[in-house]
Ligand binder design. Structure first.
Ligand SMILES: Nc1ncnc2c1ncn2[C@@H]1O[C@H](COP(=O)(O)OP(=O)(O)O)[C@@H](O)[C@H]1O
Ligand SMILES: O=C(CO)[C@@H](O)[C@H](O)COP(=O)(O)O
Length: 487
């Protein structure tokens, strides 16, 4: 029996997987709060993650009707890039600053200058650090909390923190390390010189976690945590990884030719490659995969989070939102939205705000606003898809995951806007499943390929093919969106 945990932005999901029966037995979920302001601050308290983990874990165990003592291994998937800092006594120095925090956009510009400009950064790291990556958060912390900054003893990503909480082991894994901004994605190692430029007062040998590859375990669970969760003290913990890297495993995106799109708080699009691609458009992040290769990825910051803003304004839930979208025609009777509520990463507009175009007295309806918002977030992903095509990456079928993939109307919209067949998988929680598969990979004899074949299956009923008429309409609307984007 194995546990996969995904600490996403809006909540933590836990899946219980039965290795013998080759199936998921139960899923638990607990939401997270978020601290935000209009200057781009997006933070969480790591205590919320551990509390949500405990709650979702107990839910999943209860639903699965299993004895937790049967659990052999745990894998953790976590939202990428977030900065967690501990002092010498393992006390948190500040909240976790998240991947979607844009308050550090000026620090990112300074950081790029410090390492010699965009081209130099790309040549050193194999990737261009963006606002939202960990590096600019460290610089921001130094500026705003200089005394606490000097007390930093450990720098962690969200999944590293949860691993540390579970095991006391201070490790990270190549895929998630790729999103820090001080990791060389080509040679899979910390870029010590870049880290020195970023944080000359800190010793990278001490403050950065030790790198471990994905097929290794990092340790066994601490006795205190075993007691808290009712687990045996022999439970092993795998390295875990970034949620997109674990999503890649959980969608079988471990060989070339498979494409995953996630409609989570962020929107992401990624595909596995055997070799690091050179000459990528800079918006494509050439992250390492957690399977020995690379995972070129684009990430948009305003996906279900943008829909959620509108839902709370209109006091409606997600079902009512989908119904309203259904009640508005393609193009929302002339309304176009740029959904950049908190800046954007792709296209790179970290300081942008959202805009609504084309309102008049007849089209100003709840239904049109909802459709325009869903179309807008999807157009941002289309922008990313075009970058993939520019880079020569083919996207013949999209494996759609994340909370938004549960919406039938959104699945069809994605098929139409991307002009690509869309499929969902039998198991909804791809990142948590990917983390559980990683834990099995570490602890069982099977290869990763064999485990993916066993646990990952396409849900035939979910297949959506592009509708030709809609594709034509959306192509025109997308051109209009690009014009608005250029304004
Ligand atoms: N049927 C649905 N239609 C549209 N959005 C949905 C649906 N179900 C869930 N969502 C949205 O998915 C989001 C959560 O997705 P998830 O992938 O769990 O995010 P994260 O991992 O970033 O926390 C929520 O904002 C929720 O509103
Ligand atoms: O920043 C990125 C990828 O670079 C995001 O994809 C985060 O990893 C957050 O993921 P979700 O909470 O949306 O799953």
């Amino acid at each position: 029996m194995y546990i996969g945990i995904d600490c996403g932005t809006q909540g933590t999901k836990v899946v219980v997987v039965n290795y013998q029966q080759k199936k998921v037995l139960g899923v638990g979920y607990a939401p997270h709060n978020i601290i935000e302001n209009s200057q781009g601050k997006r933070e969480q308290q790591p205590l919320w993650w551990t509390n949500a983990l405990i709650e979702a874990f107990h839910q999943a165990i209860k639903l699965s009707e299993i004895d937790p003592l049967l659990i052999q291994g745990i894998g953790i998937s976590g939202q990428q890039h977030g900065l967690v800092m501990l002092d010498d006594n393992d006390l948190l120095l500040y909240n976790a600053k998240l991947w979607c925090d844009t308050e550090t956009s000026l620090e990112n510009i300074d950081f790029i200058k410090l390492i010699g400009g965009e081209e130099k950064a790309f040549s050193l790291l194999g990737i261009l650090p963006q606002t939202g990556y960990t590096a600019s958060k460290i610089r921001w912390f130094k500026k705003h909390y200089p005394e606490k900054y000097r007390r930093i003893a450990k720098i962690m990503l969200p999944h590293d923190y949860l691993n540390y909480w579970l095991t006391g082991c201070f490790n990270t894994e190549y895929g998630d390390a790729s999103g820090t901004g001080y990791f060389d994605v080509i040679n899979r190692k910390w870029h010590i010189e870049v880290f020195h430029l970023l944080a000359p007062e800190l010793d990278p040998q001490k403050v950065l976690p030790q790198l471990v590859s994905s097929e290794q375990k990092i340790g066994t669970i601490k006795p205190s945590i075993a007691k808290l969760l009712g687990l045996s003290e022999s439970v092993i913990v795998s390295t875990g990884g970034g949620d997109n890297m674990m999503g890649a495993i959980g969608t079988g995106n471990i060989k070339q030719g498979i494409v995953t799109m996630s409609l989570g708080t962020s929107g992401t699009l990624y595909t596995y490659t055997d070799k690091p691609l050179t000459h990528l458009p800079i918006e494509i992040a050439n992250f390492c995969s957690s399977t020995g290769g690379w995972l070129p990825l684009i990430c948009t910051m305003n996906m279900t989070s943008a829909n959620k803003n509108l839902m709370s304004l209109l006091h409606i839930d997600v079902n009512q939102f989908n119904e309203l979208v259904q009640n508005s025609p393609i193009g929302a009777e002339g309304i176009t939205i740029l959904p950049f509520f908190n800046g954007e990463r792709v296209p790179p507009r970290p300081q942008a705000k959202a805009t609504i175009f084309g309102l008049d007295t007849t089209n100003f309806t709840q239904a049109n606003l909802c459709r325009a918002m869903m179309e807008a977030t999807s157009f941002t992903l289309r922008y990313g898809l075009e970058l993939f095509h520019q880079a020569g990456l083919s996207t013949e079928q999209i494996r759609l995951i994340g909370g938004g993939a549960k919406s039938k109307i959104w699945r069809q919209m994605i098929a139409d806007i991307m002009n690509t067949e869309v499929v969902c998988l039998k198991e909804d929680e791809a990142a948590a499943l990917g983390a559980a598969i990683q834990a099995m990979w570490v602890n069982q004899e099977d290869s990763l390929e064999a485990l993916c074949d066993i646990f990952i299956h396409i849900e035939r009923q979910s297949i959506r093919k592009p509708n030709k008429q809609n594709v034509i309409k959306y192509n025109e609307l997308y051109q209009k969106y690009l014009v608005m984007l250029a304004k």
